[in-house]
Each structure stands twice: as C-alpha cells, then as structure tokens.
Design a protein around this ligand. Structure first.
Ligand SMILES: Cc1cc2nc3c(=O)[nH]c(=O)nc-3n(C[C@H](O)[C@H](O)[C@H](O)COP(=O)(O)O)c2cc1C
Length: 203
C-alpha cells in the first residue's frame, strides 16, 4: 500500500483531489448542483444501455422528512458523521434487464454512475462519501423499494467541512493518509500473476 493521491501528478486534479470526507459544512447544496450531479449519473455508460441505476434522495434544506428516512437507514457508525451532510442519497440497482433476464452488470453500472456523479460533484466544489454501512432490509421497507430492485450504497454529498467538527476518533481517520495498493499488485499482463510492463514505475 503506498502514497497519497496528492503525490500522483499523472492524475487529473478532479481525481487527485477526490476523497471521502466525514466532515461537511452546514451549507446547503444549490438545487442546480444537485441536478447536475444527477445528470452526470444519468449519462454514465451501462451494459446494453439498461441504465439500471435508481436514486432516492433526501435534501435536508427542502425535504427534511425524506432526508430523515435516509438517515435512519444508516448504521450507527455512519450516523455519527453523515448527518452533517446536507444531502443523503441511496443508490438502487434494477436487477433484471428489459427482457426480464438477470442483469449481472447491474451493480457495476450503478457504481459507475455514482463514480460519474462523484467526479461531477468535485467539479462543482462538492465532495461525496459513499457508504455500504446501511440496513438494506430497513431501506427496502421504509423507502418502499420494490421487488427486483436492490439497494446498493448510501451516499452523502456536501461541501467539505472542518475535521475539528468531528468526534476525536473520526477526526483522526479524517486526517489519516490515504493509501492504495501499487499498480503491480492489481494489473497483470494478460495472464493472472504476470507482471505488466504498463504497471512498472517510469514505464
Ligand atoms: C461502496 C462503498 C462503500 C463504502 N462504505 C463506507 C461506509 O459505510 N462508511 C464509511 O465511512 N466509508 C465508506 N466508504 C468509503 C471508503 O472507506 C473510502 O472510499 C476508502 O477508504 C478510500 O478512501 P477515499 O474515498 O477517501 O479515497 C465506502 C466506499 C464505497 C465506494
């Protein structure tokens, strides 16, 4: 596991500077920015253009009841910080395609749509923090998610806040270095386990 993305000059600044904060400012997100990040998700590629993504959204400033429903599905560890974010969402995958066959790429495509949403958010000065830590059964029930659709990830969106606003244990994690596996561990040259030239430093 190596280095911070801040040390990777080859990355586009929107990717280099992306990270998942827990501290958010007490500042609403402008409606046009919310629409913009949702458009970014909408225009993501997907297998057979099935667009299996769906989103439930709660905007604290304008729809506090919807926000609270989303907040209530989060696991306690995420509730410690996510209530600072002015916008909460839940991504949902449509698990069968338009021919009513299983869509094995549904989660992939939902994740990709959220990646697009995240980069668009960065371009607008926002940050995004995704969460697997939510209660899927509770989400299905309290948000009326129908059969054939599976909850994927909760998502907090807002303007990055001051780490000092967090409880101490979270503040430490907020300030910890971000690390990643080296390319040599995750990229192979056609055959599993064979070092890839493209993954060697300086190649
Ligand atoms: C699908 C998914 C689920 C995640 N679940 C949680 C979570 O429940 N709680 C949390 O604090 N962070 C969660 N994260 C954030 C990751 O911990 C974070 O992305 C990872 O540590 C890399 O850090 P970075 O996003 O700041 O680069 C999740 C991220 C993803 C993509």
């Amino acid at each position: 596991m190596t280095q911070s993305s801040n040390d990777v000059p080859a990355l586009h600044p929107l990717l280099r500077e992306r990270w998942s904060p827990r501290a958010f400012q007490d500042r609403p997100v402008e409606p046009e920015k919310i629409e913009s990040i949702l458009e970014a998700a909408r225009w993501a590629p997907s297998a057979m253009n099935e667009q299996p993504w769906r989103f439930l959204i709660g905007v604290w400033a304008t729809h506090p009841a919807a926000y609270d429903r989303l907040f209530q599905i989060l696991l306690p560890g995420n509730q410690l910080w996510a209530g600072q974010a002015p916008v909460l969402m839940l991504s949902v995958a449509k698990m069968r395609n338009s021919k009513d066959q299983p869509n094995p790429h549904a989660f992939h495509d939902v994740g990709q749509a959220v990646a697009h949403l995240t980069v668009q958010a960065m371009a607008l000065g926002l940050h995004v923090h995704q969460m697997a830590g939510f209660d899927a059964a509770k989400a299905r029930e309290s948000l009326s998610i129908p059969e054939g659709y599976d909850p994927v990830a909760a998502i907090a969106v807002g303007y990055q806040g001051d780490p000092n606003s967090l409880p101490e244990n979270l503040r430490e994690r907020e300030l910890a270095a971000r690390v990643r596996r080296p390319l040599s561990e995750i990229v192979f040259d056609g055959q599993w386990g064979e070092a890839a030239e493209a993954a060697e430093p300086g190649s």
